[in-house]
Design a protein around this ligand. Structure first.
Ligand code: PEP
Length: 254
């Protein structure tokens, strides 16, 4: 399937996988995906496995991402990890503002914007997550909520930085629930996100930004979701934890 923007499919392993399990998974992905050139494939292991996974994928087409980072460059911030520290392990992408962090760590748009700027300063590409809850969708507030998240979380980025930023639309009600947004629902919100990007930056920037869908993506629904004109990839949780399910999503998206 010919796409305007190169697809980017990212596996978010969340708080799963020991180092040994992580290495097993990437070795399998390397074998399965060696011939894939049409998609940027990224894995985001827990930070404890980043060093080993980084070495294991050196000679492959798989890229490395992190699940979070600090907005600070260094100093007295116990338990935090900076963009510079991630760069030491050749991390290229970082997921920011995932709904689990918005919910459990109370991350707000302002903080996510600071992290996005810190990521760019270290030449990491942020994957900025936005998405409405079920109650917000049912109250017909999806556009209002997503629009506000975009405006707040992307505040201060230059046009050049925005082009190197990935947006992930992840309806909260679809994450880990087995209930994905339909292709139509995803396309509608993705087209809206692109409109918001055009108004915050400009049309040319909006056209170049990759917008991923996330929320119960699996091999059975990947093709239909990825065939939508404004869907430029996927952020995958549960189905990224096994070689077969993650590689099938990628192969079915091409
Ligand atoms: C996610 O956590 O980003 C996600 C999309 O999870 P899942 O694929 O399990 O719904």
């Amino acid at each position: 399937m010919e796409k305007e923007r190169k697809l980017i499919i990212v596996g978010n392993w969340k708080m799963n996988k020991t180092v040994a399990e992580a290495l097993d998974l990437v070795q399998g992905l390397k074998r399965e995906l060696a011939a894939v050139k049409e998609v940027d494939v990224v894995v985001c292991p827990p930070v404890t496995a980043i060093a080993d996974v980084s070495k294991a994928i050196l000679d492959s087409n798989i890229r490395l991402g992190a699940q979070n980072m600090s907005e600070h460059n260094g100093g007295a911030f116990t338990g935090e990890i900076s963009a510079g520290m991630l760069k030491e392990f050749s991390v290229r992408y970082v997921i920011l503002g995932h709904s689990e962090r918005r919910q459990h760590q109370k991350e707000c748009d302002g903080l996510i914007a600071k992290k996005a700027l810190a990521a760019h300063a270290a030449s990491l590409r942020p994957i900025v997550c936005v998405g409405e809850t079920l109650a917000e969708r049912e109250a017909d507030q999806t556009k209002e909520v997503v629009g506000k998240q975009l405006e707040g979380s992307l505040a201060g980025l230059t046009k050049d930085q925005m082009v190197e930023t990935v947006v992930a639309y992840e309806p909260v009600w679809a994450i880990g629930t087995g209930r994905n947004a339909s292709a139509d629902q995803a396309q509608t919100v993705h087209a809206f996100i692109r409109q918001v990007l055009a108004s915050l930056f400009n049309e040319a920037v909006a056209k170049r930004v990759r917008i991923q869908y996330g929320g119960s993506v699996k091999s059975a629904n990947a093709r239909e979701l990825m065939s939508q004109s404004d869907v430029d990839g996927a952020l995958v949780g549960g189905a990224s934890l096994e070689v077969r399910s993650f590689s099938d999503i990628i192969k079915n998206s091409i």
